[in-house]
Design a protein around this ligand. Structure first.
Ligand SMILES: C[S@@+](CC[C@H](N)C(=O)[O-])C[C@H]1O[C@@H](n2cnc3c(N)ncnc32)[C@H](O)[C@@H]1O
Length: 182
């Protein structure tokens, strides 16, 4: 068992999981990204950085990865990743659009990958994050997330031009990958 995740899970319900994402789910998410075209990627809820590291492994030298994490213990873990393309931001995903615009003069991004546990957020917050995510993406931008329930699918479906889903039955527990395409 992952001790840091377990302790964080007990202290902070927004951590949402005791285990980091499985290798299988990380691969399925990474496979959805066209790294030839991706110049700016955003990640919500990087945790200890399992997906973050894979994103960096695949990204172009001149691409950037902005990660938004609320849990300060995880921020310390993320700070161990030494990569000039990685920008770590200790605030909630709901502020991503504002922070990127005001602090980094960045109005649009190519991909947003999220593992935040939407189930633990209230209805309004879920909607706010997904709608702001839509606005932050450039035309043809993609939002990729995985969840254990259908709770947010209708929001992705309502907002994005195309909403795809795929079961990952071999994951424990089985998960659903959602993808919103602008
Ligand atoms: C289920 S963990 C996923 C961790 C890691 N990305 C992985 O795949 O194993 C969810 C992460 O989202 C973070 N989180 C929860 N709500 C958030 C929010 N509103 N904004 C940014 N991060 C958030 C938690 O602190 C935690 O690190």
């Amino acid at each position: 068992m992952n001790n840091l995740l377990l302790k964080s899970f007990i202290k902070d319900k927004h951590v949402g999981a005791i285990f980091p994402s499985s290798k299988l789910i990380v691969k399925k998410i990474i496979d959805k990204i066209d790294f030839q075209k991706a110049k700016i990627i955003v990640e919500y809820g990087p945790g200890k950085g399992v997906i973050t590291k894979k994103l960096l492994d695949n990204m172009h030298d001149d691409a950037s990865l902005f990660v938004f994490e609320t849990n300060e213990q995880f921020i310390n873990d993320l700070l161990q990743i030494k990569d000039r393309r990685l920008i770590i931001i200790n605030t909630s995903a709901e502020n991503a659009r504002l922070v990127l615009k005001n602090r980094y003069e960045t109005e649009r991004v190519d991909y947003i990958v999220s593992t935040i546990p939407f189930t633990f957020l209230d209805r309004r917050m879920r909607r706010r994050i997904i709608y702001r995510t839509f606005t932050l993406l450039n035309e043809k931008g993609r939002f990729i997330t995985y969840q254990y329930s259908w709770l947010i699918f209708h929001l992705i479906n309502r907002k994005f031009k195309k909403a795809n889903w795929k079961f990952v039955l071999l994951n424990i527990p089985p998960a659903i990958i959602f993808e919103g395409i602008k």
